[in-house]
Design a protein around this ligand. Structure first.
Ligand SMILES: [Zn+2]
Length: 258
């Protein structure tokens, strides 16, 4: 079996020893197991055991928990090792505590109390979080839009003017309806319109204002520009009138007018 060209054969029985060694370990490893009380360590296992010496067991409310000695009280909070079946619940709790924020923040929260949770595990959890999925599918503008309802506390504090398009069923020359509503009382007046010019709308409003009085703020779902034009027309017709244009900030105002 020994070959003259092999360098290890120079010591004579070197090859026999190597074969012996291989055979020896082969035998051992066929019986070896990785249980914690296995007295034989592979180099890797040996390293692991050294690492383990840094660990401690503490009584955590009647339940023994594995903790890391050095980290145990580093910030006054006992950190311990998570078991596999606890992992989901622990990440979930931390994730909800910080109101479904991202991976980094969730991991940070988990790390306050636990040692062995990884970013990969947190990422996996968040990718499956129903609440986060729902948030992601919502358009950004919808999540950021703060609906601040317009509150009027007096009659004529705020008036809303809108046009209802009746071009599909006109009544003679009248193709539109101007709808004026007092925001506080919801009292409304309708007037027919031939055109949607600011001049004509303003003329109708002027008539309405001579009955109801002038609102402090005039707003419209048709937009700022539309209201600005109407106000300009009103000022031209009735010098000294004071109206500020405002914006209808919530869709319900439309519903109330229509
Ligand atoms: Zn979430």
């Amino acid at each position: 079996m020994a070959s003259a060209s092999s360098p290890s054969s120079s010591t004579g029985d070197g090859n026999d020893i190597n074969t012996c060694k291989l055979q020896f370990y082969k035998e051992i490893s066929s019986h070896a197991n990785n249980s914690s009380n296995n007295p034989l360590f592979s180099a890797e296992r040996y390293e692991q055991m050294i690492e383990l010496i840094a660990y401690a067991v503490i009584d955590f409310g009647g339940k023994l928990k594995l903790t890391k000695k050095n980290d145990e009280f580093s910030d006054g909070i006992i950190k311990y090792f998570v078991q596999l079946d606890e992992l989901f619940g622990i990440i979930k709790e931390a994730h909800i505590t910080i109101d479904h924020r991202g991976i980094v923040n969730t991991l940070k929260e988990v790390k306050k109390r636990f040692v062995n949770v990884t970013e990969k595990q947190v990422t996996l959890f968040i990718s499956g979080c129903e609440e986060c999925k729902r948030k992601r599918s919502m358009p950004k503008s919808a999540t950021k839009l703060v609906i601040k309802p317009v509150i009027s506390n007096d009659f004529n504090a705020r008036g809303q003017v809108d046009l209802v398009d009746m071009q599909l069923c006109p009544d003679g020359p009248y193709k539109l309806i101007v709808n004026y509503q007092d925001h506080f009382t919801k009292f409304c007046i309708l007037r027919p319109l031939k055109t949607k010019t600011a001049c004509e709308v303003a003329y109708q409003l002027l008539e309405i204002f001579t009955i109801l009085g002038v609102p402090v703020i005039l707003q419209s779902d048709s937009g700022r520009e539309f209201v600005a034009k109407i106000i300009q027309e009103l000022v031209d017709m009735w010098s000294g009138v004071k109206i500020v244009h405002g914006r209808a900030r919530y869709p319900q105002s439309q519903g109330s007018v229509e």
